[in-house]
Design a protein around this ligand. Structure first.
Ligand code: UDP
Length: 389
């Protein structure tokens, strides 16, 4: 390429084409990251996953302009000796593979701990031993509950950001008791973060840890009974989408009072893109990636999604748009919840100059347009089927 088309990093240096070993490339985040890397960069991806449905459109047909730059490897990292070879011949490994749906944390705690901690160990080890850079995906859940949640309900300190803003370098990690198995996930993620950090400190591993704060958008999770198990419980975006598609009330767990900040997947992927291309600014850092301006309670999210879906589908909302359900009924024994999650953005802003752009209404509008276009017909047919047979 001529120098006029050479892309530069944030410090003005030319960006060299990289080979990226992406573990979990077939998931929600991986599919968007692959899409970005194929359409906007010259990097190559060794896409490792057990499924590839979400990246099929990038792998086929052979005539796609980036065909030579993406290669799918159907590998289960639990038990495959080919993993080390792929990491060795890459410049960078991005690890996205993990169980990350709350419905699993209390019902499949062993799988959750194995997937998030044990299965990540060889990845960290191979990167460290072969002096390869690692971008590891963690979670905002490592923060657990806010300090403010332990104050009396009417305490004015609850309004003080010092008691709820989550900062990478100073906030503590506050989990519930062991019998609240919800926290098995956060605890496993915390330990793998500490291990990576220690590999950095003792063995010089070049790492970046990402803490996603409720990234949402197209291709997230699955719609039960359509492209996932009918009894499966995905995360809130897919649960509410499913309810809207089926014209059922949206279920508010324990009153829907928990607060979340939602960021559009495409904004968040831009942050990961900056980390990939600016190692000198990203190595050794833990980054919150979220949108502090998009805070709602789960109840407000339900109300907004109901309005947006009526707009994009052209169908009126049902008479009772939400119903209350207890967490024990919905998730079973051992569920617990994060009360509030607002990311501090100082570090990512300073290091990478990144800021989220998309408002909650806009990201829901594009996401629910996608959900409607992708699933409405299939849901209609699945509802019609049992009656016909
Ligand atoms: N939730 C809900 N109804 C649903 C699904 C989830 O009220 O149908 C709530 C859940 O209890 C939590 C929030 O929505 O307070 C977000 O849940 P999600 O599964 O998306 O993941 P989390 O943000 O807790 O990791």
């Amino acid at each position: 390429t001529s120098s006029s088309t050479t892309k530069l990093d944030l410090d003005g240096n030319p960006i060299k084409p990289l080979t990226i070993c992406m573990i979990g490339a077939g998931g929600f985040i991986g599919s968007h990251l692959c899409e970005k890397l194929m359409s906007e960069t010259n990097h190559s991806v060794l896409a490792v996953d057990v499924y590839n449905d979400k990246i099929k459109h990038l792998l086929e047909p052979d005539s796609l302009p980036w065909t030579g730059r993406i290669q799918f490897h159907r590998i289960n990292i639990k038990n495959d000796s080919r993993l080390e070879g792929l990491i060795k011949c890459s410049d960078l490994t991005v690890n996205l593979a993990a169980i990350c749906t709350p419905a699993d944390y209390n019902t499949r705690p062993l799988d959750t701990i194995y997937s998030n901690f044990i299965d990540a160990l060889p990845v960290v080890k191979y990167c460290s031993e072969n002096s390869k850079r690692l971008i590891h995906f963690s979670t905002c859940e490592v923060y657990g509950k806010t300090i403010g949640s332990f104050l009396p309900q009417d305490s004015p300190l609850r309004q003080d950001p010092a008691y709820y803003i989550l900062k990478e370098d100073t906030s503590p990690c506050i989990f519930g008791s062991i019998e609240k198995q919800r926290w098995s996930y956060a605890c496993a993620k915390q330990l793998i973060e500490r291990l990576i950090y220690a590999e950095g400190a003792e063995n010089g591993l070049e790492f970046t840890i990402v803490r996603p704060f409720n990234w949402i958008g197209p291709r997230m999770d699955f719609i039960p009974g359509i492209d996932g198990p009918s009894e499966g419980v995905p995360r809130v975006l897919a649960c509410f989408s499913n309810n809207l598609l089926r014209r059922e009330p949206l279920k508010l767990v324990d009153g829907g009072n928990s607060q979340r900040t939602f960021v559009y997947i495409k904004d968040a992927i831009e942050a990961v893109h900056l980390m990939i291309e600016n190692p000198a600014r990203a190595n050794g850092h833990i980054f919150n990636v979220g949108n502090p301006n998009n805070e709602v309670t789960v109840r407000q999210l339900a109300e907004m999604m109901t309005k947006v879906y009526a707009k994009v589908s052209g169908e009126d909302s049902i008479e009772t748009p939400t119903i209350d359900v207890s967490s024990k009924e919905f998730y079973g024994e051992g569920y617990d919840d994060s009360d509030k999650r607002i990311p501090d953005m100082t570090i990512i802003n300073k290091q990478l100059g990144w800021n989220p752009k998309t408002s909650l209404w806009d990201l829901l509008e594009s996401t629910l347009t996608y959900q409607h276009r992708t699933y409405a017909e299939a849901v209609r047919q699945s509802i019609a089927k049992p009656v016909a047979s």
